[in-house]
Design a binder for this molecule. Structure first.
Ligand SMILES: Cc1cc2nc3c(=O)[nH]c(=O)nc-3n(C[C@H](O)[C@H](O)[C@H](O)COP(=O)(O)OP(=O)(O)OC[C@H]3O[C@@H](n4cnc5c(N)ncnc54)[C@H](O)[C@@H]3O)c2cc1C
Length: 346
């Protein structure tokens, strides 16, 4: 390719957009340089990513057919967070190891199949361990990682700023608005894709209560036979209590009934939580889709054809997959640039 400067725009300031921007900025394309701009309607506390506790564990994501890819992206993300956690930057980036229990009311031999080898020490719980959590009769113990977005998003942002990535706060209505200025557009709009370009995306509304409960050191995720889930996730600076998944619900306000359900469900699992001091309640909209969309598409704009790389629809596992998906998106961007370069020579 020639000695030119490419301009790439990433739409989305959540964990997926920021990780994609970082991988794209680090692309190695010979003598050419890549200018990256992140455009988003919201950044920081206002994005869904900031509501997540950041446990690396797949949840409400992908289809059975997509499992090999989901596993590959999860493994890549795990390795990245593990490296970060073992480095001097772990505290700043909000990473930690998290030992805990996943409980089930009904047996499920396929539970976490495909992911068990990613975690450390994935094992059946013993009868004595299960006795701690009546009425759950089945469960697994394992160690996973956490990247808590309250710290991890600022860490990613700092890395991008060090590499001179530009940030613009703005809503985009159509890809065409960006076609003239940028060579490739990367779509990391999360649940926003539902209103932007893809009717297959819908919100999976979630609500969490953050508490001070520094005596809780292990995570607990409990799934009832009716699909209800309660979880207790110790993060570096607080413990996150959840949860609800309400398909199709766009309401971003805290719901008192959900708060009560979360509180009672978690106190049933660990009764000493009743002594915990509540910090705040948060609501986020998981980008649910039958499959994660990670592919390139050529669109027609008034100034000609343009490549868009889509990277959205990560459901309840955006943190779990963000790094692997960001790297994959960067590869797709590189392919698109090669095609554009070839086209301009013809
Ligand atoms: C309560 C809760 C708990 C969760 N816990 C976990 C967990 O423990 N582990 C895990 O892996 N995942 C978890 N998740 C899921 C995870 O939060 C999401 O999968 C992830 O945040 C998706 O990231 P994203 O970057 O795609 O989307 P978002 O964080 O929603 O970011 C989307 C970005 O796109 C921008 N945008 C959208 N549309 C437009 C537009 N038209 N113009 C300009 N900008 C636009 C937005 O402003 C935003 O900046 C949880 C989610 C919830 C709600």
């Amino acid at each position: 390719m020639s000695n030119r400067k490419w301009k790439i725009c990433v739409i989305g300031g959540g964990v997926v957009g920021l990780a994609s921007a970082l991988s794209i900025r680090d692309l190695n394309i010979g003598t050419e340089t890549v200018d990256v701009t992140v455009i988003a309607e919201q950044f920081g506390r206002d994005v869904t990513s900031s509501v997540a506790a950041g446990l690396l564990e797949p949840y409400s994501v992908g289809s059975p057919e997509q499992l090999p890819l989901i596993k590959k992206w999860a493994m890549s993300t795990w390795d990245h967070i593990n490296r970060l956690n073992c480095s001097e930057e772990g505290r700043k980036a909000g990473t930690s190891l998290s030992f805990g229990y996943n409980l089930l009311e009904e047996p499920d031999p396929d539970y976490m199949v495909g992911f068990r080898e990613i975690f450390f020490n994935f094992q059946d719980m013993s009868e004595r361990e299960l006795a701690m959590f009546p009425p759950y009769r089945y469960g697994y113990r394992f160690t996973t990682l956490m990247a808590n977005p309250a710290r991890y998003l600022p860490w990613l942002t700092e890395k991008l700023q060090e590499k001179n990535v530009t940030f613009i706060k703005r809503r985009v209505e159509r890809f065409e608005e960006l076609a003239e200025e940028y060579d490739v557009i990367v779509n990391c709009t999360g649940v926003g894709a539902a209103k932007f370009n893809d009717a297959r995306v819908q919100p999976g509304r979630g609500q969490v209560t953050k508490v001070h409960a520094q005596w809780i050191k292990h995570h607990v995720v409990a799934e009832k036979a009716n699909g209800e889930v309660s979880y207790i996730l110790p993060c570096p600076d607080f413990v996150a209590l959840g949860g609800v998944v309400q398909k199709g619900n766009w309401n971003r306000d805290v719901c008192p009934d959900d708060k009560k359900q979360i509180w009672e469900g978690c106190c049933q699992l660990i009764p000493s939580l009743r002594d915990a001091k509540i910090i705040e309640d948060r609501v986020g909209l998981r980008p649910l889709r039958d499959e994660v969309r990670l592919e390139s598409e050529q669109i027609t704009t008034p100034i000609g054809k343009k490549w868009v790389v889509h990277n959205y629809g990560h459901g309840g596992a955006g943190v779990t997959l963000h790094w692997g998906c960001g790297k994959e998106a960067a590869k797709l961007v590189k392919d698109c640039l090669e095609r554009v370069a070839l086209q301009s020579k013809l």
